[in-house]
Design a protein around this ligand. Structure first.
Ligand code: HEM
Ligand SMILES: [Ca+2]
Ligand SMILES: [Ca+2]
Length: 304
């Protein structure tokens, strides 16, 4: 099982070394924050938190990162882990002793704190996985069109409650989305009703301006239009205003079963922070590898 201070005798400075590399990377580009956070989520939901998402494809194996749902993972997340790993490997005592999965868990905690979110103790001791197949991603990641039942059942399959799911969705308080991920909501929602009625009218018009039909597919927009670079509970206030970007965001307010939680966390950032920390800690326990199911990779992007 995981525990805090797992590396106390193996690599006592691991947390400082990772934090200092993540901070350097953050100073170069803010994208480090959303990229690392999303990478951690996509790792944990497929084969557990085992860095399987970081593995590169080879001639004989199409890896998770080349599944369509992972193609939009920003390179800066992978790069953050690789840089932190290199810094650890430069210290003889730490060389190849810290798993890539744990580095990603620590880096995720650090990017959240760097962008103004809560900090928390990270449980450690994950091993890196021995399998990474694109086909394993099928059906394991949520789609932006999901309704509450679909969200709840996918998160429940990972041991997470509706509360955890709502708290984790607030990760969309930072970062970007490509236009195609929500274009259905602004152009062809339903026959005779092009715009999703749960979408704020002004916001819908702004989205149409930023994402015209036939927009360059590389265009990406802020998911939180108000505080895109702050990890905060404005995500929930946006939902109250009809400014959730995806169906899967806005449904948390539209559906009466999740709306009370959204309202509470929109009002009370302390309560949100507490729930978020608990949910991230639970996310970090999903499918953890121990013993013969894993190892510590020498290169996070390739099996030993
Ligand atoms: C609840 C269901 C979720 C759905 C349907 C969903 C879907 C998406 C989609 C479609 C994007 C845009 C990708 C793109 O166009 O590049 C995105 C971005 C993002 N997601 Fe989620 N997501 C969900 C939950 C989460 C969770 C639990 C986390 C982390 C704890 C997370 C973190 C992020 C981040 C940080 C980004 C921005 C990435 C970037 O700017 O590079 N998401 N998500
Ligand atoms: Ca994984
Ligand atoms: Ca924000």
């Amino acid at each position: 099982q995981l525990r805090q201070n797992f590396y106390a005798n193996i690599c006592p400075n691991v947390e400082n070394i990772v934090r200092s590399e993540v901070t350097k990377k953050f100073q170069q580009t803010f994208v480090t924050v959303p990229a690392t956070l999303r990478l951690f989520f996509h790792d944990c939901f497929v084969q557990g938190c085992d860095a399987s998402v970081i593995i590169a494809s080879t001639a004989s194996n199409k890896a998770e990162k080349d599944h369509p749902d992972n193609l939009s993972l920003a390179g800066d997340g992978f790069d953050t882990v690789i840089k932190a790993k290199a810094a650890l490997d430069a210290i003889p005592q730490c060389r190849n002793r810290v798993s890539c999965a744990d580095i990603l868990a620590l880096a995720t905690r650090d990017v959240i704190a760097l962008s103004g979110g809560p900090s928390y103790a990270v449980e450690l001791g994950r091993l890196d996985g021995l399998v990474s197949r694109a086909s394993d991603v099928n059906g394991r990641l949520p789609a932006p069109t999901f309704n509450l039942n679909q969200l709840n059942s996918l998160f429940a399959a990972n041991g997470l409650t509706q509360q955890d799911m709502i708290a984790l969705s607030a990760a969309h308080t930072v970062g970007f989305s490509h236009c195609e991920k929500f274009s259905n909501r602004i152009y062809n929602f339903a026959p005779g009703r092009p715009v999703d009625p749960t979408l704020n009218r002004t916001y819908a018009t702004q989205l149409q301006a930023m994402c015209p039909k036939n927009v360059d597919p590389r265009v990406a927009i802020n998911m939180d239009p108000i505080t895109p670079r702050a990890f905060d509970n404005v995500y929930f206030r946006n939902l109250q205003q009809g400014m959730g970007l995806f169906t899967s965001d806005q449904v948390l307010f539209s559906d009466g079963r999740s709306r009370p939680t959204v309202n509470t966390w929109a009002r009370d950032s302390q309560a949100f922070n507490k729930a978020f920390i608990q949910a991230m800690t639970k996310l970090g326990r999903v499918g953890v590898k121990t013993g013969r199911n894993g190892n510590i990779r020498r290169d996070c992007g390739a099996f030993n």
